[in-house]
Design a protein around this ligand. Sequence first.
Ligand code: TRP
Ligand code: SF4
Length: 338
Amino acid sequence: MKKRVLSAMRPTGALHLGHMAGALSNFVRLQNDERYECFYSIADWHALMSNYAESSNTGEFCYMALLDWLAVGLDPEKSPLFIQSHVPQHAELALALGMITPLGWLFRNPTYKEQIENIKNKDLSNYGFLGYPVLMAADILLYRAELVPVGEDQSAHLELSREIVRRFNNFFGEGILLEPEPLFTQTPKVPGIDGRKMSKSYGNSLEISEDEKSMWNKLRTMKTDPARMRRTDPGDPDKCPVWDLHKVFNHDEEEKSEIAAGCKCAGIGCIDCKKKLNAKIQDMMTPVRERRAKYEGNKKLLDDILADGAERASKAARETMSFIYPAMGLLKNPKRCI
Ligand code: TRP
Ligand code: SF4
């Protein structure tokens, strides 16, 4: 029996190289490992929980996420790729879990507290936002997933899912829901073009969908060690965001030590250093762009992938729900198949 893996991402627009080197490379690795059966979901309801006031681009963002996923190598034959709202059982199970989730757990959730305090440009006093972890628990528990690859920032949410399982099973029967384990894998911290963490909100990203020219333009104009005013001024790679990117994307150790030495003695110029970085990044992006080209502009193909993903996910989801209703004491609709 393969271990089930479920993960999801909110559709927030174009994904960047930080997502690619982090979460997505992990998704691909798990998908290609025979020991696992993976389900990957685009969590559009989760996006609405905080973006309900400007939700009109959610659908477009779902297509963008799907394209980025396919481009980095997620294979819809191997893993169902689906949109959360296309499998209505996510909403159904979230409602069911809401019956037993104490409000105190949600108000005490550190992620909730932090976001309520820090995000001032949106009104997050809505019921849905408070219930974010309940829907996330439903996403996972619906597939009886054993493993959930997530970033450390999701660990409180995962722990809440586990607590919800224990409380649910306590009320309605041991073994009905399965306690998921988080899978925190070491992923490189990817800096953006300004040296801070790569993030859409900082405007310092290199996007997965970006073409070579536009990426090179960003790299070419990056700030470097300010000590290197002129070509003949020596510098220190540790004070340079270009070097931070070399550390993540350049795996040629010999070249890297040459660059570091060349920087310190002004033996290499910043433009050459950036060209070497660019070459590595473009090599990495070539297969990604080739895969993307197969899908880009082909809405019909993307819709077929999503329809197939939702159908396969639904099958698993319906099976779980068929236990939930009777366990909770609800009368089964005799006309509903399962
Ligand atoms: N909350 C996750 C994030 O913001 C996305 C997510 C939604 C998720 N449902 C999930 C992750 C289920 C793992 C499992 O990154
Ligand atoms: Fe940065 Fe490279 Fe210039 Fe050194 S040579 S300052 S590492 S861009």
